[in-house]
Each structure stands twice: as C-alpha cells, then as structure tokens.
Design a protein around this ligand. Structure first.
Ligand SMILES: N[C@@H](CCC(=O)N[C@@H](CS)C(=O)NCC(=O)O)C(=O)O
Length: 199
C-alpha cells in the first residue's frame, strides 16, 4: 500500500487535500509525523523516511518520493481515473506540469523572498522576476475561467493557493485572484483536511 507522511497544517496538507479530492483515502495510508515548527515545538520524527525529515513524503512500491510538485504529478499518473486527476494524455497535462513546476521553481521562492524581504536583490529578480509578473500570470490564467486549468479544478490550484492558506495577508489584492482563492478554500476537501489538521 502507498504510504503518505503528513504533518498537520504544513506543506503536506496540500497533498492531504489532493488525496481527499481524488477519493484515495482507501488506497493511500496516511502516517502522521512531527516536524520542527517555527514556534519551537515539534521536531524531526524517527518514523519519517524523508531524507531531510520534512513532509510530504510518499512511499510507493519501495520508492520514496518527496516534493509536492512531484507527488501531485505522480498521483494523477497512478490514479488516472480519480476525480480531478490530470494524467498523461489529458489535454491539460502540459499546463498541469507547468503550474506544478512554476510553483516549486518560481512562485514559492518569490513569495518567500517577499516575506523574508530579500526579493529586491538583483540576483533574486533576474532568477525569479517579481511579484507583478506572478500576479499578471495568475490573472491571465484566470481570465474567463474559475481555475488555472481550462478543464477545471486540479492540484495545480491547490499548490498555487497553498501559501495563502498559511497566510491570507500574502494573497495579491486582485479581484480575480481573491475570487479564485475563495473558490479553492471553499471546496469540501479543503475544509475536511483543515478540520482534521486542526483536530
Ligand atoms: N519543496 C518541499 C518543501 C518541504 C518542506 O519544506 N516541508 C516543511 C513543512 S512546511 C518541513 O517539513 N519542514 C521541516 C524541516 O525543515 O525540518 C515541498 O514542497 O514538498
């Protein structure tokens, strides 16, 4: 059986929500582990196989997969018939992979750079560009559609919305982006995982 290593209210919550959206709770066993928290609580967990003791991690047939973008892409491949899956061959597969990679390689560094106030460093700007570029990209994608993919909601929305679930103050104050975020967080799977994570 596939094992998913999860720490409530962390980056692994994105994967927990995807599992809920895809109806995979019976196929994937969730193991709760601890991680060090910013408030000094928690700590590395000996039961967590992640090489850096982080979450998420997924064990599939003896392989260990880390990184949300990779895990979310893999879930769609392993369970192509699941609701909200964007498997190989799907017309939006390329756009799906693009958003997952864009989040990991550009959007998260940009948002963390903004939060840590290093995003005006010239190396940062030439590597990741800037927040207006990310905002423009989101607004263009959401012009005339409710979610990032033309075919509808997917884990691309989950990963791109994930930092703002942590802190809504970081959300760009743009009507289309705020409406998209509200749609994402109103989804029953997001609510269900939040309730479980907070229990
Ligand atoms: N790029 C990774 C980041 C994983 C990550 O940083 N996870 C945090 C949870 S919010 C963690 O486990 N931190 C514990 C630590 O740094 O020891 C992903 O998106 O999956």
């Amino acid at each position: 059986m596939i094992k998913f290593y999860h720490a409530p209210n962390s980056r692994s919550s994105t994967v927990a929500i995807a599992i809920e959206e895809m109806g995979l709770s019976a196929e994937i066993e969730t193991k709760i582990v601890t991680v060090p928290r910013q408030d000094g609580t928690g700590g590395p967990d000996a039961a967590n196989p992640h090489p850096e003791s982080k979450v998420p991690a997924l064990e599939v047939n003896g392989s260990l997969i880390t990184e949300r973008a990779a895990i979310l892409a893999l879930l769609s491949e392993l369970f192509p018939e699941a609701p909200t899956a964007v498997p190989p061959g799907h017309p939006d597969r390329g756009a799906f992979l693009m958003w997952l990679s864009y989040y990991a390689g550009v959007a998260e560094p940009l948002i963390m750079g903004m939060v840590c106030e290093v995003a005006d460093n010239p190396i940062w700007v030439t590597t990741y560009r800037d927040m207006p570029a990310m905002i423009a990209r989101l607004e263009t994608a959401l012009d005339g559609q409710d979610y990032l993919l033309e075919s509808g909601f997917s884990a691309a929305d989950l990963i791109m919305a994930s930092p703002y679930q942590w802190n809504r103050d970081w959300l760009p104050k743009r009507p289309a982006i705020e409406a998209w975020f509200d749609r994402v967080v109103a989804r029953p799977a997001v609510q269900a995982v939040a309730a479980r994570d907070n229990a």
